[in-house]
Design a protein around this ligand. Structure first.
Ligand SMILES: Cc1cc2nc3c(=O)[nH]c(=O)nc-3n(C[C@H](O)[C@H](O)[C@H](O)COP(=O)(O)O)c2cc1C
Length: 183
């Protein structure tokens, strides 16, 4: 028997999305977002509070990047979700990360994160907090490729557990997908 809990943000696993943007002076900012994901082949959606620096940055620059949080950078990923660029100048540099400008959109790419989605802004809606981006390029470090494709065993992405408020590593592969059938 199931127990009711009412309305909770307990969908899991949640991704750890690191949203990169530039402010009006060109300073790179990154915030952590667990509320987001793939919207379609080309679209990516992230829920961003309109009080965050990231919201203002994306509104101005009409672009952002989304990198996947990884095990080796979990401390920085958490810090960037606790500290706002509105309060701490150049917080990305303060956690020891380095950025380059995306070749495709007006937003920063974090060197320390191996897989990044470069997005141009499609829409942002303050009432729902939904920010929708069109992915114009995906880039992955050569070091995480196996036979030319990104390999999750090398990327080592992390997930957020919204109930116990913790980060989790991804486990081993347990089955191939898209194999199911009913005889
Ligand atoms: C694990 C985790 C997940 C978070 N997910 C979101 C989210 O999905 N949307 C959001 O608006 N804020 C989220 N936050 C909070 C922001 O990352 C945080 O307020 C951040 O300081 C905003 O940075 P900025 O003001 O520099 O943009 C999350 C924080 C953590 C630690």
């Amino acid at each position: 028997m199931k127990k009711d809990f009412g309305v909770k943000t307990w969908l899991m696993p949640m991704p750890v999305l690191m949203v990169g943007s530039y402010d009006e002076s060109g300073v790179a900012n990154v915030m952590t977002a667990a509320w987001g994901g793939t919207g379609s082949d080309e679209l990516l959606t992230v829920c961003i509070d309109s009080g965050h620096k990231t919201w203002a940055n994306i509104k101005n620059r009409k672009a952002f990047t989304v990198a996947v949080g990884v095990e080796s950078e979990v401390k920085a990923c958490d810090t960037l979700g606790c500290v706002s660029g509105n309060k701490v100048y150049d917080k990305v540099a303060r956690v020891g990360w380095h950025t380059d400008k995306s070749a495709h959109v007006d937003a920063p790419v974090v060197r320390e994160l191996p897989l990044v989605f470069e997005c141009e802004l499609v829409s942002m809606d303050e009432s729902t907090c939904l920010v929708v981006g069109r992915v114009v390029n995906v880039a992955a470090e050569e070091t995480v490729l196996t036979e030319g494709e990104p390999d999750s065993d090398k990327i080592r992405p992390i997930a957020y557990n919204p109930i116990q408020h913790e980060y989790r590593a991804m486990g081993a592969s347990i089955a191939h997908a898209h194999q199911g059938q009913i005889d």
